[in-house]
Design a protein around this ligand. Structure first.
Ligand code: C2E
Ligand code: CA
Ligand code: CA
Length: 602
């Protein structure tokens, strides 16, 4: 038996498991007898066997045959077993190597394992079973390692793919597909660290106005369509290498890196808002407010630049639609003060810092008091001065705090009115201002109902003053709300008339009882021709619509005479009386004081 050359002991048992593997084994052995013996034995076990008589030939065959396992002797001519080990490790470290060493050379075998052999077996092989076991064990381990490696490679591919996707998500806005702030940051960094940096980097921060209103009225999907449409128009405008990005919500940023003329770019941006955006058969006129910050004076990082641009943009918003501002340090101070005020306003109501003043309205002919307008005042704790409504009402509006404050005003005024009535005051019209936020909040009607109910106020004596800009938004919903309020028995007054662009056809459909001519027209009467023409046309229009006309801001006898002459019914203004504190009003109603007194001290 050939086997005897390598094995002493029991005969070999076939191993079924090995057959199924059909593994290919390269046997490298210089002794032809032992080699043949290995071949015969391994073939008997069901392996495919390739044989080589020395290490060099072994490596040649390794390259051609790509075996699953290498069985190699250590002492061989031409190239020994160590050469085989390093050659195979270089070629494919995943292929297991089992060394066969002489009986007295266990140290050599250990050295072989240290160099990369997986296992060893000593010659003569005591039992072929041992060889079988070693090969089985090594192949099993190799299979596991291969599987683990393949799994890890797959995982890597998967992770790479995911991270590519993630990078897209991380760098681009998912609504408009434009670069987002992170990507803008990368582009900014590339621009300012470029070798031949031109030094020209500026940020235009664009706030799209009315988008909040569209979202609230038509839903977010509509808003998203609008953002995409705006993005498309902006992309057409911004030339390479400048970038347009959507930074958050309704804000876009244009970063110019090529010294493009900023003023002409700003004009172009504003121009694209001249044409309405049409979405699902609806047309929207949007506006934009722009803040500009220039590198490096307004900020040395993108964050700082955006912050400066934001400051400028917030201020530009206050100037009206389609306005822009360049950042300056003064602005930053102003914004800081505004933020401080906002913080204080958040606690003003619970600290009882608000109070009301009442400005009487007079019959133009008889000069009798026919009503009064309620005006809120804010006296911050610890401050000497009260703050003018024109300063804090816009902040209350923007923050939405106006809803609570407005409710407090209405409730306090109604309760006071009921008190005055119980003290003998004859029925008068009491007018309360309602802001845009309150009107469109969706809770106004219920709030009014609750206040009437809680205070016992007569609805027919309560009048709400609304400005044109409030009612020219979302006409159908507005009409419904106005009608509901009118049906509750309240009066409605169109405030600051002439400053907006109300069309007569809309006004005809709205249940207004009264129009107030804005103070800006009254102020220049009777000498300024334009104001005369406007005041006269407003009066005749209001008369044709059967509305009462109130002239506000009447300060002189001449202005009063003008109004009386044109049949204007009611007068409000410093000529007769400034807004009064509740105790002064009470004095008038109780007969303790008269209006002359008010004029004298106001
Ligand atoms: P408005 O509704 O147009 O109120 C009339 C403003 O004109 C008041 O200013 C009043 O004091 C002022 N005024 C009246 N007669 C004359 C006059 O002869 N000459 C001059 N120079 N001014 C006169 P005020 O109290 O500063 O209020 C400013 C604005 O703040 C109001 O304008 C109104 O829009 C808003 N506001 C005041 N109180 C409230 C409130 O309770 N709720 C809301 N939403 N807004 C309010
Ligand atoms: Ca008013
Ligand atoms: Ca007014």
């Amino acid at each position: 038996m050939l086997y005897d050359k390598i094995a002493i002991g029991q005969p070999i048992k076939r191993c079924a498991m090995m057959n199924s593997e059909n593994a290919k084994i390269l046997a490298i052995e210089d002794d032809p007898g032992i080699r043949m013996c290995f071949v015969a034995f391994l073939e008997d076990l069901g392996f495919m066997v390739i044989e080589a008589e020395n290490g060099a030939r072994g490596l040649e065959l390794f390259d051609i045959e790509r075996p699953d396992l290498v069985l190699t002797d250590l002492n061989m001519p031409v190239m020994d077993g160590y050469g085989v080990i390093s050659g195979i490790k270089e070629r494919n470290p995943e292929v297991p190597i089992v060394v066969v060493s002489g009986a007295g050379a266990v140290n050599d075998a250990i050295e072989a394992v240290r160099r990369g052999a997986w296992d060893y077996i000593t010659k003569p092989v005591q039992s072929l079973r041992d060889l079988q076991e070693v090969i089985e064990r090594v192949l099993k381990r190799s299979k596991q390692i291969k599987e683990t490696n393949a799994y890890q490679r797959n995982l890597e591919v998967l992770v790479n793919k995911q991270s590519e996707k993630l990078q897209v998500l991380e760098s681009f806005d998912n609504i408009t597909g434009l670069p987002n702030r992170t990507r803008l940051g990368d582009i900014f960094y590339e621009a300012v660290t470029r070798k031949h940096f031109s030094g020209n980097v500026a940020i235009l921060l664009l706030q799209i106005n009315s988008l909040k209103f569209v979202n609230e009225t038509y839903g977010y999907e509509f808003g998203d369509h609008l953002l995409v449409a705006v993005g498309k128009r902006l992309v057409e405008l911004v030339r390479d290498p400048n970038v347009i990005s959507r930074v958050t919500g309704s804000k876009f940023a244009i970063m110019t890196v090529d010294g493009q003329n900023l003023l002409s770019l700003i004009n172009d941006v504003i121009k694209i808002f001249d044409t309405p955006f049409s979405i699902n058969m609806h047309e929207f006129f949007l506006g934009v407010s722009i803040g500009v910050a220039v590198f490096p004076v307004d900020g040395e990082s993108l964050d700082r630049l955006l912050q400066s641009a934001e400051t400028a943009m917030s201020e530009a918003t206050l100037l009206g639609k389609n306005k822009y501002l360049f950042y300056s340090n003064d602005l930053s101070l102003k914004v800081q003060k505004r933020l401080e005020m906002e913080n204080r306003l958040r606690h003003a109501l619970q600290r009882g810092e608000y109070f009301l003043q009442y400005q009487p309205k007079f019959d133009a002919k008889t000069h009798l008091v026919v009503g009064m307008e309620v005006l809120v005042r804010w006296h911050p704790t610890g401050e000497k001065q009260i703050v003018a409504p024109s300063t804090f009402i816009p902040i209350l509006e923007e923050t939405g705090l106006i809803d609570q404050v407005g409710e407090w005003v209405l409730r306090t005024a109604c309760a006071q009115y009921v008190k005055w009535r119980s003290e003998g005051m004859s029925p008068l019209k009491i007018s309360v201002n309602v802001s845009a936020h309150q009107f469109h909040s969706g809770t106004l009607v219920n709030m009014i109902g609750a206040v009437l109910n809680d205070t016992g106020m007569e609805p027919s004596c309560l009048c709400l003053e609304l400005t044109e800009s409030i009612v020219m938004r979302d006409i159908n919903q507005t009409l419904e709300t106005l009608q509901t309020i009118a049906d509750m028995g309240l009066k409605l007054s169109l405030d600051d008339f002439g400053t907006g662009y109300s069309s007569l056809s809309y006004l005809r459909r709205m249940p207004f009882h009264e129009i107030k001519i804005d103070r800006s027209f009254v102020m220049n009467l009777p000498h300024e021709k334009n104001s005369v023409a406007i005041a006269e046309s407003i009066i005749s229009m209001a008369h044709s619509l059967n509305m009462t006309i109130v002239a506000e801001g009447v300060e002189t006898k001449e202005q009063l005479d003008f109004m009386v002459d044109r049949q204007c019914e009611e007068i409000q203004g410093f000529y007769f009386c400034k807004p009064l504190r509740v105790e002064d009003m009470s004095a008038i109603f109780s007969g303790m004081a008269c209006i002359r007194y008010c004029v004298a001290t106001a």
